[in-house]
Design a protein around this ligand. Structure first.
Ligand SMILES: [Zn+2]
Length: 156
């Protein structure tokens, strides 16, 4: 299995795709990959604070918060928790849409000019698994993979 370190709030938005069909299922990368299969979604230690008012992230956070069913709460941004940890497992099914992201149908999360890594079957971990991140696709240490698999084996 491989892992990918992604800054929050982006990694959190992928984890939300486990229950929110409008959450992030496209990971934009400047490089293609031949890897297919399960991918551990690891939130880096640093939060991309400039992205926190991105409209797609705001909308994902509002759906998460239950707004407008509940009044807007004074919530701690959920992406400030679980940093430096594996948040979810997704299946990487594809990394290209034919035109390197120009005029494709990958949806609102896709950035033109990037490779669109399409993620499906997102499973959010109840307990984020702490791990050191790395550049590119990396192989998680056995104890991290074991801790993730243990959670996946538990029926939700
Ligand atoms: Zn695309």
């Amino acid at each position: 299995v491989k892992a990918l370190t992604i800054q929050n709030p982006w990694a959190w938005c992928i984890a939300r795709a486990a229950v929110d069909p409008e959450a992030k299922t496209i990971e934009n990368r400047g490089w293609p990959t031949a890897y297919r299969g399960d991918l551990l979604i690891h939130a880096g230690r640093r939060v991309d604070t400039e992205a926190c008012d991105h409209p797609l992230i705001m909308a994902t956070a509002l759906r998460w918060s239950g707004y407008p069913r509940h009044p807007a709460p004074a919530w701690v941004p959920p992406w400030e928790q679980g940093v430096g940890a594996v948040l979810a497992v997704a299946t990487l099914v594809d990394d290209a849409c034919g035109r390197r992201g120009m005029g494709c149908r990958c949806g609102p999360w896709a950035v033109p000019g990037q490779y669109h890594w399409r993620l499906s079957n997102v499973r959010q971990l109840a307990e984020p698994v702490p791990a050191r991140g790395a550049q590119g696709l990396w192989t998680p240490p056995p104890e991290v993979e074991a801790a993730v698999r243990e959670q996946l084996a538990v029926p939700a």
